[in-house]
Design a protein around this ligand. Structure first.
Ligand SMILES: *[C@@H]1O[C@H](CO)[C@@H](O)[C@H](O)[C@H]1NC(C)=O
Length: 457
């Protein structure tokens, strides 16, 4: 929207547009939604959104309709409609230019049910609306009667696409309907990784540390988490109901979240590689991260199970983003401390070369953790925003591939290995360390830069 148009729009319209846009940007897993509206005088109430294929259907059952005070008929300025993001801009433009006085008069929207069909004493209706134009739509309730008329009702909506052959219902939005399969394949990859890791631990059992079992736990939990997510999504796909394996999914998400962040902290502090104990300040980081993960998971449950237009949704989304950012920053500190300690040790004691090797590894790890956090939080969010609804799965795949790469990197760099730079330094490595010494200054600069932007995150 050009800025000049935006500045001419009244504040109310901009606010409305913002609410709708916010939700247009969020991924949707439309399920069957039960929306209770109580004494609401908002002129526009978005209900839910969904990506339709060319064989889409919307089922809408509304009951207990009360308009207070009861307006005079005809009620042709109040009702439900479907609208895409692009046509919403056109509608706003029409309103702005004064071509129409109510959203429901626009030709850009699709009427689902206007209340003049309600009959004199009707307080409920059921309708099935067939949607043949593939696109992402938002179901919206509009009340242009007057700001003083308050609406109460129970709206049950179900949006789904009909499958090709059997005509069975698919409650996952177009573009997300492949997600169960994707999650399932990913879970198989993690289970194979776990098997491979067990094999590795057995082969290298003389150089195995406690932390390697911890890594195994992370991989297994990640696999279980993905498996439950696959089952949960496939349950939604088949029934429109979110309560398949969702409880298991949240339990594993929770455990995985805690254990992954703990693992990053433990590796970052060099626990069981460099020293068998954690210092007080490192324990404090864990004590901050773990309760925050509890909050993050509660937020995740609310975000997943409510419509993006609900009042709690926006609040919990913010809570989630905030908590997530705090956790991400917190886990970086122990790595920074380790780097600092190693740098001092490299200067003072005789085994400078060994310490430099460790230092290089820790710096690499630090940068990889930053990239991982940055990609899974910022880039994926950007991808979600710019990709068409039809390719909504691509941002999920991108995030999961980056996560997989991060797990692989961590596993590879910190694998149980006699020749791991942590334990033994031979001549060749000594030379490499001397090389590292020469690169010291360059690294210094890079590190300072990274620290700087890391603390801003
Ligand atoms: C709407 O009502 C019909 C008939 O009672 C029922 O079969 C259908 O499941 C209902 N749909 C929703 C979304 O509640």
């Amino acid at each position: 929207m050009p800025p000049c148009v935006a500045s001419r729009l009244s504040l109310a319209v901009v606010a409305k547009a913002a609410v709708i846009l916010l939700a247009f940007l969020s991924p949707c897993d439309a399920e069957i939604r039960y929306t209770e509206i109580r004494s609401d005088d908002r002129p526009i109430i978005p209900i839910d959104d969904f990506g339709f294929t060319h064989r889409g259907q919307l089922e809408l059952n509304v009951s207990k309709i009360v308009l207070d005070p009861n307006p005079d008929p005809p009620l042709n300025n109040i009702g439900f409609f479907l609208c895409t993001r692009d046509s919403w801009f056109s509608v706003l433009k029409e309103l702005q230019d004064g071509d129409i006085s109510c959203v429901l008069q626009s030709n850009y929207i699709k009427h689902v049910f206007v209340f003049d069909r309600l009959g004199p004493n009707g307080d409920q209706f059921s309708t099935v609306f067939t949607q043949n134009d593939a696109n992402q739509y938002t179901l919206v309730f509009a009340n242009c009667l007057s700001e003083r008329i308050r609406v109460s009702m129970d709206a049950d909506s179900a949006m789904y696409n009909l499958d090709g052959k059997g005509g069975s219902r698919d409650y996952l939005s177009a573009g997300r309907t492949v997600l169960p399969r994707i999650y399932f394949i990913l879970s198989l990859i993690y289970f194979s990784l776990a098997v491979f890791w067990i094999h590795m631990l057995y082969k290298k059992r003389l150089t195995v540390f406690k932390i390697h079992f911890f890594m195994l736990a992370v991989v297994i939990l990640k696999g279980l988490n993905l498996l439950c997510e696959a089952e949960d999504k496939s349950y939604i796909k088949r029934t429109g109901n979110a309560h398949g394996w969702d409880v298991l999914f949240y339990i594993f998400s929770f455990l995985k979240g805690i254990i992954l962040f703990t693992l990053i902290v433990l590796i970052g502090t060099g626990w069981s590689f460099l020293k068998p104990y954690l210092q007080d300040k490192e324990k404090k980081v864990l004590m901050i991260v773990i309760p925050l993960q509890v909050i993050a998971n509660i937020a995740q449950v609310v975000i997943d199970e409510t419509s993006p237009y609900g009042q709690e949704w926006a609040m919990w989304k913010q809570v989630f983003l905030l908590v997530d950012v705090v956790c991400c920053c917190a886990v970086l500190f122990p790595i920074v401390w380790s780097i600092k300690n190693l740098k001092e040790a490299a200067r003072s004691d005789g085994k400078a070369a060994v310490n430099l090797m460790k230092l290089t590894l820790f710096r690499q790890y630090y940068i990889v953790v930053i990239c991982y956090i940055y990609f899974t939080r910022v880039v994926v969010y950007a991808l979600e925003t710019i990709t068409s609804y039809r390719y909504a799965w691509t941002s999920v795949v991108a995030a999961e591939l980056v996560t997989l790469a991060f797990y692989l990197f961590t596993g590879y760099k910190f694998r149980p290995e006699v020749h791991n730079p942590y334990f033994v330094v031979d001549d060749e490595e000594e030379e490499a360390a001397a090389e590292a010494l020469r690169l010291e200054d360059e690294f210094e600069l890079l590190l300072e830069q990274k620290l700087h932007c890391g603390s801003k995150e």
